[in-house]
Design a protein around this ligand. Structure first.
Ligand SMILES: Cc1cc2nc3c(=O)[nH]c(=O)nc-3n(C[C@H](O)[C@H](O)[C@H](O)COP(=O)(O)OP(=O)(O)OC[C@H]3O[C@@H](n4cnc5c(N)ncnc54)[C@H](O)[C@@H]3O)c2cc1C
Length: 449
């Protein structure tokens, strides 16, 4: 199949890394299409405050899997003295610089287009993209790197009935801080990493009121610890949710629990692949909340701030399920059922921010491009409805079950196939492999990553 030109839809971390690797592997020329006014940074590394730190140490954050020291070297050269858990904004600068520099070394091979892709038609000879502004673009194949879907409003809340400004649907695109008084309470739905970002932001801006955070289990991400030596497992546990827990418990009794979680990482994608759908469902239902808080941890300084806010009673973590939200003047009266209790409790809050985190259900999305491709059967939801169905080479699987040679999907929306595909160390590897496949370079060197 001729592949001289690849169109990449979405210029966040995943799309940018694909473009960079196509250029590095002397692959097809690329057009990177991004609807926002900046490329490379995506959501994670642009909508951040200087206090928002990476939750992975700099040594593990190289964008290039075949150059593990790349980010650390960049820091030494461009931000001397900065290391450890680096501000996310600095990481955005790194990605920006990487794209600009790689592109300058391969003149004429990368084009960046501002605009929103609304449809991709797949024909025998290639793909035809339609942009919202009427632009048409042809390529030999398309790679979708759309990022996560926005959070879904939990049942029991109808934002249309609530006072203006009292409900923020998407923390990355809404006004969280406006018009808050010192005696106000702000409620975050969710107690994970997004909640931590919101709490840090409120703390940094000097919000004097109270923050409450509510999730089903009330679990908060754990902290990284300094000086925990990395350990290695000799074999992969059995691919069942219960065997994984047993293996983790056993190892956590021998080494630090963080090391026990981290040493599973090289096996996680293989374990997921080996589980059938029922077992994966069991994992999501029973283990996911615990897995998430132990696996995706906080930088020690961030954990310290969160702990201080809790001790000073400025942040309260609640476990329970929202049952209702009603207007109460310019406030909201939110009712929830506490976990393991029969009755209900109510909170009067000035604002609710949906911090339940990224979503992936393709059947529920309103993204025009994804709706169009889903409705025409070119994309389908994975069996767990946590993303877009792809095969092990990240090729989109159509409604009829066939893998597409023209349509590839990368990034967190492929979590149904890979599970561990939300953080930089996994996405950089996926982008690298896909770029090599599209460049017909997968059989040449560099296989020992
Ligand atoms: C707040 C936050 C903090 C994180 N922190 C870390 C961390 O510290 N360490 C770590 O390893 N990982 C972290 N991650 C995870 C990981 O780095 C991100 O999930 C990753 O950056 C995903 O990048 P992406 O390009 O797939 O998605 P995004 O960054 O969301 O980019 C997708 C892009 O596609 C564009 N787009 C979508 N549809 C279209 C369309 N139809 N037409 C044109 N453009 C389109 C969007 O505008 C967007 O810019 C974090 C994630 C988040 C959300």
């Amino acid at each position: 199949m001729k592949r001289d030109h690849v169109a990449i839809v979405g210029g966040g971390f995943s799309g940018t890394l694909l473009a960079v690797n196509l250029l590095r592997h002397d692959g097809p020329r690329a057009t990177l299409i991004e609807r926002r006014d900046h490329t490379a940074r995506g959501v994670a590394y642009s909508a951040a405050h200087p206090d928002h730190l990476l939750n992975v140490r700099a040594e593990n954050m190289s964008a290039l899997p075949d150059e593990p020291e790349h980010f650390v070297r960049w820091l030494e050269e461009h931000r001397p003295g900065v290391g450890g858990f680096v501000p996310r904004l600095v990481y955005g600068d790194y990605l920006d610089h990487l794209l600009t520099e790689t592109s300058a070394r391969a003149p004429g091979r990368l084009k960046v287009v501002r605009g929103e892709v609304e449809d991709v038609a797949v024909a025998a000879g290639g793909v035809h993209l339609s942009l919202r502004d009427g632009t048409r673009l042809n390529a030999d194949s398309a790679v979708l790197a759309p990022g996560n879907l926005p959070p879904i409003t939990p049942g029991g809340i109808d934002p249309a009935t609530l006072p203006e400004g009292s409900y923020v649907t998407d923390p990355w695109h809404g006004d969280i801080l406006g018009d808050l008084a010192p005696d106000d309470t702000l409620l975050v739905l969710g107690t994970g990493l997004t909640m931590v970002d919101i709490a840090l932001l409120l703390d940094a801006r000097g919000f004097e009121g109270k923050v409450a955070a509510l999730s089903r289990h009330g679990l908060v991400p754990r902290a990284h610890a300094r000086g925990v030596p990395a350990t290695k497992r000799s074999e992969r546990p059995q691919p069942t949710a219960s065997a994984m827990i047993a293996a983790l418990r056993e190892r956590a009794a021998q080494v630090d629990w963080r090391a026990a979680v981290d040493e599973l990482r090289p096996y996680t994608q293989g374990l997921w692949r080996a589980m059938d759908v029922a077992e994966r469902q069991r994992f999501l239902r029973h283990l996911r909340p615990w897995w998430d808080v132990h696996r995706h941890r906080l930088a020690p300084s961030v954990a310290k701030t969160i702990e201080a806010m809790r001790t000073e009673d400025r942040l309260t973590i609640l476990a329970g399920k929202v049952t209702d939200a009603q207007p109460d003047g310019d406030h909201v009266r939110l009712t929830y059922r506490p976990r393991h209790e029969d009755g209900e409790r109510a909170l009067r809050v000035r604002r609710i921010v949906n911090g339940t985190g990224p979503q992936g259900d393709l059947t529920a999305t309103r993204e025009p491009l994804l709706v169009a491709l889903r409705d025409r059967g070119l994309l389908r939801a994975d069996p767990l409805r946590i993303g877009i169905d792809v095969d092990q080479e990240s090729r989109a699987i159509a409604a009829d079950g066939a893998s597409s040679d023209r349509l590839t999907v990368i990034g967190p929306m492929t979590r149904g196939a890979f599970w561990e595909i939300v953080a930089v160390p996994d996405i950089r590897r996926q982008a690298w492999s896909v770029a090599r496949r599209l460049s017909n370079a997968q059989w040449v060197e560099g296989e020992g990553l």
